[in-house]
Design a protein around this ligand. Structure first.
Ligand code: 5AD
Ligand code: SF4
Length: 453
């Protein structure tokens, strides 16, 4: 473990930073750390890109679309840099860990000042200072992961809910996925560091913690003295924290111990995000997922029988190479059987350097889109049906503040992760657990009325 000393190079006058983040919660947490380091240097957050002194794009490369968006945005910055040559433009994140991309960016977008990767975000202050003194693009990418850096400053987005990364990297090498190449092998944080961070969050008034990792069920395999189930039980004891969530769980590693911990720990919410990716056993094999459709359905049965009222959500990829109509109907069948509360659906995107990117049986784009639409329709109809069951029921909501879509209503989530907008309360309820009667369930949101005790 490496401890980072506070950076002493502070800026003199008020300088603004702007960070744009693409991709998963891990990237969001990395951006919070980048923001923390900049704040420590004396920079102030801005929500207006064009008025900032430093702009950082924290990129994702899980799908090709995410990359296109980054290139489009980099192109837009050219004119801005011309009108403000002192502007610093930095690009970081998973996309930069891919071979050839940093060099391509340097060549095509020479107005970029700093390029760094996922393994060296703690180097931002030094890179920034070097860049402020020189002119040409600085590229610093670490190929290997190195030590976990503890003690980085962090400027979190919210003040009620916080992400806490418990492990980095992934060892699974699903054949479609670029993450093991960009985030490296699995490394678990020491339990003491995690618990201390959560205690500190509690002392600052945070109420909900989401434990993050590409596969949280592998937590502790490299530590020898702690499993994920044990960690959940420890986190459950932190005073002041009301809710604990975790993601993501790989179905092959979700053990009985974890199911029991979710059932028995009062703060651990009854919600499991359990990416299935496909309902076809032969596609799952080609994806290197290491479970069959039947294994997955068996696990779901076990979870549902042990955890009362559990919500299940998932990730599904449509149009993996070689996916036939029959394979796809296995996915539809699985979705109908599990009855997910919600699902993230993705159209398969070829990722260079992954095994599936070389498979010759790629599914035509139009067919992928057609299957995608059919799947989304099914998922929406299930969500809508399940939400309708909430009519006139009372749910516990952790209040997050006023709703963005309707500022006369408060907003929050149930323990199972459902978004609830409701009337009858004011901003002072933020951070409190309240009971809300659901009056109007919709496909994505539950509308309700506060119940006063
Ligand atoms: N194409 C489409 N979706 C992908 N995912 C990962 N790689 C790809 C890809 N190449 C999806 C998986 C994963 C989620 C985070 O992104 O469903 O669980
Ligand atoms: Fe990618 Fe599979 Fe690892 Fe998830 S478990 S990050 S899908 S390789």
């Amino acid at each position: 473990m490496t401890k980072l000393h506070e950076n002493e190079n502070k800026v003199d006058k008020k300088k603004l930073y702007y960070i744009e983040t693409w991709g998963c919660q891990m990237n969001e947490e990395d951006s919070e750390k980048l923001a923390g380091m900049l704040e420590n240097m004396g920079y102030t957050k801005s929500n207006v890109r064009n008025e900032s002194d430093i702009i950082i794009f924290n990129t994702c490369c899980v799908r090709e679309n995410a990359e296109f968006k980054v290139y489009g945005n980099l192109g837009e910055l050219k004119a801005l840099k011309k009108s403000n040559p002192d502007l610093i433009i930095a690009v970081s994140g998973c996309m930069m860990q891919q071979k050839g991309i940093p060099e391509l960016i340097k060549k095509k977008y020479p107005h970029v000042d700093i390029i760094f990767g996922t393994h060296n975000i703690h180097r931002l202050p030094e890179l920034l200072n070097n860049s402020l003194q020189g002119k040409s693009t600085l590229i610093e990418i670490w190929d290997a992961e190195g030590d976990i850096i503890e003690g980085l400053p962090i400027q979190r987005e919210g003040d009620i809910k916080a992400f806490v990364t418990i492990m980095y990297g992934c060892n699974n090498f699903c054949t479609y996925c670029i993450v093991p190449y960009t985030r490296g092998r699995e490394r678990s944080r020491e339990p003491d560091s995690i618990i201390n961070e959560i205690k500190e969050l509690s002392s600052k008034g945070y109420k909900e913690i989401t434990l993050l990792g590409q596969n949280v069920n592998s937590y502790g395999k490299d530590l020898n003295n702690m499993s994920f189930a044990e960690l959940l039980r420890l986190v459950n004891q932190v005073e002041g924290i009301e809710r604990v969530r975790f993601m993501t769980s790989h179905p092959k590693d979700l053990t009985e111990d974890v199911i029991l911990a979710v059932k028995e720990c009062d703060k651990v919410c009854e919600h499991i995000h359990l990416p299935v990716q496909s309902g076809s056993t032969q596609i799952l094999k080609k994806m290197n997922r290491k479970y069959s459709k039947e294994d997955y359905l068996g696990l779901v049965e076990k979870i549902k029988s042990k955890i009362n009222g559990v919500a299940l959500t998932t990730d599904i990829i449509v149009g993996f190479p070689g996916e036939t109509e029959e394979d796809f109907s296995e996915t539809l069948d699985l979705v109908s059987k599990v009855e997910y509360d919600s699902a993230y659906t993705f159209i398969y995107s070829v990722r260079k350097g992954t095994p599936a990117g070389k498979y010759e049986t790629q599914v035509p784009e139009t067919l992928k889109h057609e299957r995608f639409n059919r799947l989304v329709e099914l998922i929406n109809s299930i969500s809508e049906r399940k939400n309708r069951e909430f009519k006139n029921k009372t749910v516990e909501v952790l209040v997050e503040g006023y709703s963005k879509s309707d500022e006369s209503r408060l907003t929050g989530r149930t323990r199972t992760g459902k978004l609830v907008n409701f009337t009858g309360g004011d901003i002072n309820l933020t951070g409190k657990l309240v009971n809300v009667k659901i009056t109007e369930p919709q496909t994505w949101t539950l509308q309700g009325q506060l119940i006063c005790d």
